[in-house]
Design a protein around this ligand. Structure first.
Ligand code: PXL
Length: 283
C-alpha cells in the first residue's frame, strides 16, 4: 500500500544529510517523502562559512496548504530546526496531522561527539525537549541523549571503555522518562572484552533493551544520524520491529562508511550511501 511521510528537516547543499538523506532513503524503501524544509543551507553547519536561510516563517504555510488539500501522512519525521520557534510550527503540524496510527519520529538533532552543533542555544534544546515528549519514536545519538536527560557525557564514554554492560544499564535507567516511547540511542562507542572498537545502537521498545552492535569503523561523518532515522521510520512503516530496523540501518550505514573510508571522503561531506540504497528495498 502506498504510504506517505512528511519529512520536516533542512535542505543542505553539501553534507548528504537531512532532507537529502530522507528523500533518498524513503524513496528506496518504497515510501513517498513529502519535504517540509525548516531551513536552506549552502552546506551543513560543520563546514566553515556556511550560509543558512531559516524557513521557519514559511513552515505554517505548508501546514495550512496541506490541510486545505486534505493531505494525510502515515509517518512524520522531524530533524534539524533552524530556530526554537520552528518547534512550535512542528507542534502545530502534529496537531493537524497526527492521527491514531500515525508514527511520529523525532530525531532530536542537537549535537554530536559531546558538543552542541553551531547555532544552537538553550532555547533550541528546550524546543527539542518539547518535541521529544510528543514523539512515538526517538533517535538521539549519545550526545543528544545526554543533553536531553541532563547527563554528563564524559563518565558515559569512560564507562563504555571499562564496562559496556554497566553503561547500557545506566542508559536504560536514564531513559525511563521516555518509557512509553520507542527509543534508539545511536552511536554509543565502547570496547569489547578483547579490546575491539565497537559501536552500539541501544534499542528500547517496552521489553528489555536490545544492543545492536557493529564494528566501530572510526570517524564521525555528516548525515549518518539522518540516514539512521529515515531507515528506522521506513522500517517501522514496513512492519519491521525496532531492532530489525536498527540492524538494517546499521548494515546500510556501515557499508557507506566503509566505502567513504576507502575513498578518503571528508567527514563533512557525508558518507557514500548512494550505491547501497538497494540494500533498503523490500526483499
Ligand atoms: O546531520 C545533522 C545535521 C542536520 N542539518 C544540519 C546540520 C547537521 C549537523 O551538523 O548542520 C544543517
Amino acid at each position: 500500500m502506498h504510504q506517505r511521510v512528511a519529512a520536516i528537516n533542512d535542505l543542505s547543499g553539501l553534507g548528504r544529510c537531512s532532507l537529502t538523506a530522507d528523500i533518498a532513503v524513503l524513496a528506496a524503501m518504497g515510501l513517498e517523502c513529502c519535504p517540509l524544509p525548516t531551513a536552506i543551507l549552502t552546506t551543513q553547519t560543520g563546514y566553515p562559512d556556511y550560509r543558512c536561510v531559516s524557513f521557519t516563517d514559511h513552515m505554517d504555510a505548508y501546514r495550512l496548504h496541506w490541510q486545505r488539500l486534505g493531505a494525510s501522512f502515515q509517518g512524520i519525521l522531524s530533524g534539524y530546526l533552524a530556530t526554537p520557534e520552528a518547534a512550535d510550527c512542528v507542534e502545530a503540524f502534529l496537531d493537524a496531522f497526527q492521527q491514531p496510527g500515525t508514527l511520529y519520529l523525532c530525531d532530536p538533532v542537537l549535537g554530536d561527539n559531546g558538543h552542541v552543533y553551531r547555532g544552537f542555544s538553550k532555547a533550541s534544546i528546550q524546543a527539542m525537549e518539547k518535541l521529544a515528549r510528543r514523539a512515538d519514536i526517538l533517535t538521539p545519538n549519545l550526545t543528544e541523549f545526554c543533553i536531553l536527560t541532563g547527563t554528563e557525557i564524559g563518565p558515559m564514554l569512560k564507562l563504555g571503555q571499562e564496562d559496556p554492560e554497566a553503561l547500557f544499564q545506566t542508559l536504560q535507567e536514564k531513559a525511563s522518562i521516555y518509557h512509553e516511547k520507542k527509543l534508539v540511542i545511536t552511536g554509543i562507542p565502547h570496547s569489547s572484552s578483547s579490546g575491539e572498537h565497537l559501536v552500539t545502537n541501544l534499542v528500547m521498545d517496552q521489553g528489555p533493551m536490545k544492543p545492536v552492535t557493529f564494528p566501530h569503523l572510526g570517524g564521525t561523518y555528516s548525515g549518518t544520524g539522518d540516514l539512521f532515522a529515515a531507515v528506522l521510520l521506513g522500517s517501522q512503516l514496513q512492519g519491521r520491529s525496532l531492532a530489525q530496523g536498527a540492524q538494517l540501518a546499521g548494515n546500510f550505514i556501515g557499508s557507506a562508511i566503509r566505502s567513504s573510508k576507502m575513498e578518503g571522503t571528508l567527514f563533512n561531506d557525508g558518507v557514500n550511501y548512494e550505491p547501497y540504497l538497494s540494500l533498503l528495498g523490500k526483499e
